[in-house]
Design a binder for this molecule. Structure first.
Ligand code: PAF
Length: 291
């Protein structure tokens, strides 16, 4: 496995590759969820490239970039075991030199949900992902369904800017109580960790109601919210039943939808979602536990 830190180095390696390249962009501190993306990339491509870069431009002024967990040696060991070929670990200056002044703004889709709660977040994500795509030139790039809005935004950017990359969205990996795997879970103390199971309980409640024939999106939002409110350690940021493609809030469930939420448990903000779509919406289809 080769570990490279500069753009000229990775470009030189990329130029030697003639068959498919699978790319997994990450911010490091890898968990089983990231490794599921890597495994999928490994199966589907001749070469697998992973980037590790804690992207400063996707953090808001009130979000603590310096507190973001990092453990490069452990990450590299995990990637080596997965048979990754190249790891790109650029510095902040490599990706954002002082004269940097071009941004990718995906409109509309980024106005609500995470975009409303975290202004500027998707501008940072779209910009860094576009840069990484230009540098790595992957055949396929892998993203987790847990960050559903991010996946929708990236797909829009790729279509709008005619980028030559296939976006593969991989199902969310969950702990045995349903909590979605996330680098943020390490911030939870034991009580908060227990309370955090309420996110998936609320999402499966929405799936059950929908499967039982409930078409009123407001009813789903209300029932999810009152379930979460029964957990004293959980504070709702948003509860959404939105169109799966446009991410606009729905009043009636006549089209494929996404049930998603953001909830604070103590100081930690967690997000999660499930699909309300005839394809793959059976309860438990989103459960992909890892012991
Ligand atoms: O999902 C993430 O970890 C990040 O948003 C990404 C895609 C690596 C961009 O920094």
């Amino acid at each position: 496995m080769q570990v490279v830190r500069t753009i000229p180095e990775i470009r030189a390696l990329r130029q030697q590759l003639t068959s498919s390249v699978g790319f997994v962009p990450t911010m490091g501190y890898l968990h089983e969820g990231h490794l599921a993306l890597v495994k999928r990339a490994r199966v589907e491509n001749s070469t697998v490239i992973v980037s590790i870069f804690v992207n400063p431009t996707q953090f808001g002024p009130r979000e603590d970039l310096s507190a973001y967990p990092r453990d490069l040696n452990r990450d590299l060991e995990l990637l080596r075991k997965e048979g990754v070929d190249i790891v790109f670990v650029p510095s902040d200056d490599e990706m954002y030199p002082s004269e940097f002044s071009s941004w990718v703004d995906v409109e509309k889709l980024t106005e609500w949900l995470e975009g409303a709660s975290r202004p500027g977040h998707f501008r940072g994500v779209a910009t860094i992902v576009a840069k990484l795509f230009n540098i790595v030139q992957p055949t396929r790039a892998y993203f987790g369904q847990k960050d559903a809005q991010q996946a929708v935004v990236i797909k829009r950017m790729v279509a709008d800017l005619n980028m030559m990359v296939e976006i593969v969205v991989v199902p969310t990996l969950r702990e045995s109580d349903g909590l979605a795997m996330s680098s943020r879970n390490i911030y939870l103390n034991p009580e908060e960790r227990q309370a955090a199971a309420i996110l998936f309980q609320a999402l499966t409640l929405a799936q059950r109601l929908w499967q039982g024939g409930e078409k009123n999106a407001d009813e789903l939002r209300q029932q999810m919210s009152s379930l979460i409110q029964r957990e004293p350690l959980a504070k709702i940021d948003y509860v959404s039943i939105a169109d799966a493609e446009t991410l606009e809030e729905l009043s009636s469930l006549e089209r494929p939808a996404l049930a998603s939420l953001a909830v604070r448990t103590g100081k930690t903000r967690l997000i999660d979602n499930v699909s309300l779509d005839l394809k793959g919406a059976a309860i438990g289809n989103d459960i992909n536990t890892c012991q």
